[in-house]
Write a protein that binds this ligand. Structure first.
Ligand code: SF4
Length: 375
């Protein structure tokens, strides 16, 4: 199993919480960027020796819709060159304001079969506060248009713990999402990333950001706990810390990351992994376009690093990972290497009972704290 990721680093404006490798105001670079990723895609042997047929493709960013008609062209050439396996999952991230019928229909005709809609919230004041360009009505309309355009596999992204968001706000948003009925829901806890406008706006004394009160850690944990119970009760399977899916609708592309699989990343700042070797491209879009050699760095992971990574990623999955499988792959038993942290977190009830290495519901809520011990 291997996945292909295409990174599109352009945005119409920057959301206040965003620290992704994405930029507003670089529209003039779009055409040369399309040429650069097309060139990179055309010569896979240069960096990728893992076979060049992929089971999944994920186009993310940034805002992929800003590539306009170049996007269906890229997809068609990937299919024509036989680079995507029959039945490949082909996902694209889409902001609600870009989810127009003709755009979605063209992409579907070009092979996209999964949409990830960035709703983030369903309160217009909240959406404005975090710098989004859509409102709640546009978010809901995007899901309807996606259905009309023939998409049967749609995911909705949400963020909880936003400044000014109360538990009731979150509850009301999630209830409306459940009513809208997407196949997949990703619910992320807000992370305040250093260097973002959101981080700069934090007043630690008043506990505010963007001028609004920040939910406490306890309040955010309560939102998470409730989300898990409510979505499972509504028929969604909780399969990864932040991910919930209807039967058969888990995101295969992301599962490949969490299983420690191989993937090729194309585009500015994209990362790749092939059997313990990792490499990444120049992050600056202008430099990426100009450079003949787009590689910014690479490393061979030691067995210890690979063990740590398998555990770190595998513990994100609710089903966890099988220690014996990792031992067969890497020749080392994670139960022995990580005996101390495992014993510690087991004693505190953060690990699930059973033969697999998995977090308990309490462990999932505190995953960031638990997982640093395996890095
Ligand atoms: S649209 Fe997405 S990538 Fe662009 S600034 Fe907002 S969160 Fe970041």
């Amino acid at each position: 199993m291997s996945g292909l990721y295409l990174h599109i680093p352009f945005c119409r404006s920057k959301c206040v919480y965003c620290d992704f490798n994405s930029y507003a105001g670089l529209d003039a670079l779009i055409d040369p960027y399309v040429n650069a990723i097309s060139d990179e895609l055309a010569e896979p042997g240069r960096v990728w020796d893992g076979g060049d047929i992929f089971d999944t493709l994920y186009i993310g960013g940034g805002n992929p819709a800003m590539l306009n008609e170049a996007l269906p062209r890229i997809l068609k050439s990937l299919f024509a060159a036989g680079r995507l396996a029959p039945g490949a999952e082909v996902s694209i991230e889409m902001n609600p304001e870009d989810a127009k019928a003709d755009v979605l229909e063209n992409l579907r005709a070009a092979g996209v079969n999964r949409l990830s809609l960035g709703w983030q919230a369903l309160d217009d004041d909240l959406l404005r506060r975090i710098g989004r360009r859509h409102n709640a009505a546009m978010a809901q309309e995007a899901l309807v248009v996606a259905g009309q355009a023939g998409y049967s596999d749609v995911s909705v992204d949400l963020i909880f713990g936003l400044p000014g968001q109360s538990f009731d706000d979150w509850r009301s948003a999630l209830e409306r999402v459940i009513e809208a009925g997407p196949d997949h829901i990703s619910a992320y806890d807000l992370t305040i990333e250093a260097g973002t406008p959101l981080a700069r706006s934090v007043d630690p004394e008043l506990r505010t950001a963007m001028g609004a009160p920040l939910p406490t850690e306890d309040a955010a944990a309560q939102m998470y706990e409730w989300t898990r119970e409510r979505l499972v009760g509504a028929g969604y399977e909780h399969y990864e810390i932040s991910s919930f899916a209807r039967a058969g609708r888990r995101c295969r592309h992301n599962l490949n990351y969490w299983y420690g699989g191989d993937y090729l990343g194309i585009g500015a700042g994209a990362h790749s992994h092939f059997q313990g070797r990792r490499w990444w491209s120049l992050a600056d879009p202008a430099k990426y376009i100009e450079a003949k050699n787009k590689l910014a760095g690479s490393e061979h992971l030691s067995i210890r690093q690979r063990l740590s990574e398998r555990l770190f990623l595998g513990l994100r999955l609710v089903e966890g990972v099988e220690a014996q499988l990792i031992e067969r792959e890497l020749g080392e038993d994670p139960e022995k290497i990580f005996a101390k942290p495992l014993a510690h977190w087991r004693e505190l009830g953060m690990m699930a009972a059973g033969p697999r290495l998995a977090l308990s519901p309490g462990g999932l809520a505190l995953a960031n704290e638990v997982m640093v011990d395996f890095v």
